[in-house]
Design a protein around this ligand. Structure first.
Ligand code: B1M
Length: 207
């Protein structure tokens, strides 16, 4: 029978067919779905996060690993009752209004999901009303905003002001090339430089 610990290596290698085959073997062998996720898929993705942070892995490899992990998740998720799914917290995320860049944001989404967060992805060109509605609907802990243009990053402050006006109890995580820690602090948000940093920061925010 397939060893769960070995499954992590298929994720690290971005070997999607390998992940699918071995998750199916584990499921057929009656392995616990939560254990498959935690000790196989997520533990592999954690290694990927560390390697990305230390510069040992690069964006395309991380994307392949995340795709492989998600393929495994797609098999296991239907076997788990919603209440049993491990979740560190809920994050509503989007690339802000006027901005169509989503490669970095998608990477952040994948890493957050891999780390165990429930992520509601508003996609690109996300507007104040969408953020507010999604936070209310999902009782979210964090709003994540991405911007790649100097002309769109200022919109983040509008989202924060609107949420404050609505009295929403939520924290703000921001990132994207034109952002800086100083600017983020000024608008009342926490900055993360990359996808691994976003996961570390999100964990601290809900911890
Ligand atoms: Co655009 N673009 N682009 N572009 N584009 C940049 C950003 C630019 C720096 C290029 C340049 O001029 N050198 C420049 C911005 C200048 C500025 O404002 N300072 C620029 C411009 C000007 C434009 C247009 C205006 C061009 C035009 O039409 N005249 C236009 C704007 C469209 C719009 O958004 N309204 C435009 C369009 C496009 C494409 C559509 C062609 C394409 C986007 C495709 C897509 O995303 N689906 C595109 C691309 C690909 C780029 C570059 C080349 C690459 C961006 C990227 O994907 N990087 C970029 C130049 C560059 O960065 N070298 C450029 C890889 C990605 C993994 O990194 O997005 O930084 P990044 O994400 C990182 C971190 O920033 C961080 O983590 C990620 C992963 O580690 N991060 C977060 C991101 N979001 C986060 C959120 C978090 C935490 C961390 O918490 C929530």
């Amino acid at each position: 029978m397939m060893n769960i610990a070995n499954l992590g290596q298929f994720v690290i290698d971005g070997n999607e067919p390998g992940v699918i085959e071995n998750v199916n073997l584990l499921v057929a062998g009656k392995a616990d779905p939560i254990t498959i996720i935690n000790e196989g898929l997520l533990s592999g993705m954690n290694v990927v996060g560390e390697k990305f942070k230390s510069g040992e892995m690069f964006v395309p490899e991380v994307l392949m690993a995340a795709r492989a992990m998600n393929a495994g998740m797609d098999i296991v998720k239907p076997l788990i009752a919603d209440n049993d799914m491990p979740s560190l917290g809920t994050i509503v995320i989007g690339t802000v209004k006027g901005d169509l860049h989503d490669i970095g944001k998608n990477l952040v989404v994948m890493m957050l999901e891999s780390a165990g967060f429930k992520v509601i992805d508003l996609g690109i060109d996300a507007k104040v009303e969408q953020f507010v509605a999604a936070v209310k609907e999902n009782d979210a802990d964090i709003i994540g905003m991405s911007a790649m243009l100097t002309t769109t990053m200022t919109y983040m402050q509008e989202v924060i002001k609107a949420c404050e006006a609505e009295g929403l109890d939520v924290q703000y995580l921001v990132g994207g090339a034109p952002l800086s820690p100083g600017y983020s602090e000024k608008i009342g948000a926490i900055y993360a430089a990359d996808a691994s940093g976003a996961v570390d920061t999100a964990k601290k925010l809900v911890g």
